[in-house]
Design a protein around this ligand. Structure first.
Ligand code: PEP
Length: 251
C-alpha cells in the first residue's frame, strides 16, 4: 500500500511571518490525521521559522529547488545540506516553472535528484507535457523521456523513495484540470516506465502525485484513481482553510 502524499507548493508567495501565520491558522487540524503525508514546500526564506512552527503539527517541510553540489562559489544558490539542517524532508525538483524560466534541464534534474537522495531528502520530481505536445499525442513520449532522464544512475533501493509529480503544464495555475481518468492513465504510464527501468515491485512502491489546478472540490476524485497517490497543489494550498479542506478531502 502506498501512503498518499499531499504537498502544497507555495511558489514565490508568503514572507516568513505570513508562513508562520498560516501554520497558526491550520492549528491542530492535522494532529490526529494518519495514513497520509502532509507537506508544505515553502520559499527558502520561510523554512527556518516554519521548521519551529510545524513541530508537532504533523506537517513536513519541503523546499522548491536546490543546487546539486554540496557547496561552492554559486552566488544565490542553496545546497542540499543547508536544507537538511533546517529540518526539510522533501524538495521539489524540475518544476515546469523552473524548466521554463530558469533553464532547468533533464540533466540538471537528474543531478539534483541524485544529490537530494544522497543528502537524505525525498525528491518530488515533476514531469509533464506542454499543451502542444498533448495535442499531437506526445504526452507519453514526453513523460517517459523526463522520467528516464530523472532516474538515470539512481539505484533501485533509492528509486523507491522518489515521489513523481505528474503535472501537465497546461493545467498549472490555469484552472484547467486533466480529467481524473486522463491523469490516471498518464500516471499509470509513468509507473510502467519505472517498471521497465527497475522492476514491478519498484513500480508499485513509487508514489505518483497529480498536479494542475487541484482544489478541495476535485481532489477526492483524483485520489480515487488507482495510480494517483496524492497531489502537488499550488494556488489552493495558499489559504489555510483550503489546505485543510484539501487534506480532509484527500484522506
Ligand atoms: C504547482 O505549482 O505545482 C501547481 C500544480 O499549481 P496549481 O495547483 O496552482 O495549478
Amino acid at each position: 500500500m502506498r501512503k498518499p502524499i499531499v504537498a502544497g507548493n507555495w511558489k514565490m508567495y508568503k514572507t516568513p511571518s505570513e508562513a508562520v501565520n498560516f501554520v497558526r491558522e491550520v492549528g491542530n487540524s492535522f494532529v490526529s490525521v494518519t495514513g497520509i503525508d502532509i507537506v508544505i514546500c515553502a520559499p527558502f526564506t520561510a523554512l527556518d521559522r516554519l521548521g519551529e512552527a510545524v513541530a508537532g503539527k504533523n506537517m513536513a517541510l519541503g523546499a522548491q529547488n536546490m543546487h546539486f553540489l554540496k557547496e561552492g562559489a554559486f552566488t544565490g544558490e542553496i545546497a542540499p545540506g543547508m536544507l537538511v539542517e533546517l529540518g526539510v524532508k522533501y524538495v521539489i525538483i524540475g518544476h515546469s516553472e523552473r524548466r521554463q524560466f530558469f533553464n532547468e534541464t533533464d540533466e540538471s534534474v537528474n543531478m539534483k535528484v541524485k544529490a537530494a537522495l544522497a543528502a537524505g531528502l525525498v525528491p518530488i520530481v515533476c514531469v509533464g507535457e506542454k499543451l502542444a505536445e498533448r495535442e499531437v499525442g506526445d504526452t507519453f513520449k514526453v513523460v517517459d523521456a523526463q522520467t528516464r532522464a530523472a532516474f538515470a544512475g539512481v539505484s533501485q533501493e533509492q528509486a523507491k523513495d522518489i515521489v513523481i509529480a505528474y503535472e501537465p503544464i497546461w493545467a498549472i495555475g490555469t484552472g484547467k484540470t486533466a480529467t481524473a481518468q486522463d491523469a490516471n492513465e498518464v500516471c499509470a504510464h509513468i509507473r510502467q516506465t519505472v517498471g521497465t527501468l527497475y522492476d514491478g515491485e519498484t513500480a508499485q512502491a513509487i508514489r505518483i502525485q497529480y498536479g494542475g489546478s487541484v482544489k478541495p472540490e476535485n481532489i477526492a476524485e483524483l485520489m480515487e484513481q488507482p495510480h494517483i497517490d496524492g497531489a502537488l497543489v499550488g494556488g489552493a494550498s495558499l489559504q489555510p482553510q483550503s489546505f485543510v479542506a484539501l487534506v480532509q478531502a484527500a484522506h
